[in-house]
Write a protein that binds this ligand. Sequence first.
Ligand code: GLU
Length: 323
Amino acid sequence: MKMFKTMTVAGAFAGAMLSGTASFAQEKFVTIGTGGQTGVYFVVGQSICRLVNRGTADHGLKCTAPSTGGSIANINAIKAGDMDMGVAQSDWQYHAYNGTSEYEGNKFDKERAVFSVHGEPFTIMARTDSGVKAFDDLKGKRVNVGNPGSGSAGTMDVVLDAKGWTKADFSLASELKPAEQAAALGDNKVDAITYTVGHPNGSIQEASSTVDATLVSVEGPEIDKLVADNPYYAKAVIPGGMYKGSPDDTNTFGVRATFVTSADVPDETIYQVVKAVFDNFDRFKSLHPAFANLKEEEMISAGLSAPLHDGAVKYYKERGWME
Ligand code: GLU
């Protein structure tokens, strides 16, 4: 996918001439890859940009955060130099930097971590009339596995592999985007939808309010092994009562949403972005319920496997969070 390249614009030139000063602010456009509009990545990107753009007069950065296909699409766009930053699941951050899984033979050495954000449970919601209560009940059912380029669909592949299943074990494996899947569940086009995502989110909310549906547990020895073998996975619980039709806790596993960039993005850019977030941290946390419990100390290490970007390190040292 082609997005804005970083570019510079002498935006304030006319103003500088009028006021008779020789200096003018240089505006530089930076782009953050997000996800579907009913997910949480979109809010992460929009929130960061909102904070960055409050300081454009000082630092010159103008930030945009368009909707994208998700983690893998974002990492690929950053690698290609088409985007500056993006949100990505901790498992895909890991695989891109280490050249494993989908990134075998396609290592992203210059990938850099910035911070991590909210947890993202691997989430399945099924129509109540499908009878699906646990992952194994999905055999023979119509399942939306998610759009190509999403971290969510990638993690679904990992789970299928771990179970010794393939997509052929479903009677239908659709590739609808997050914004389309709630309606597909409501219209009985699929029995279940899958989404690795922070909670609460619009997509699952919409699905559970459109049709009688319930969250599905994802447990068992194969999941225990995935969590034990891989640093970027952890057990996760979706709290009961968050969505209509799911009054009890749902056990599953999950990843963390992380914010990534490339070593090719200037230190000053990442420094200013990180500063905008952490200088205004209470404001940032208030922008989505999934951010409410974020803690600075955790965000600069949990779920990060690529090296931290130098511009982020500069800020974290200034705050005394790193030696
Ligand atoms: N984790 C999802 C993905 O990478 C995106 C979730 C979201 O947009 O909040 O595909």
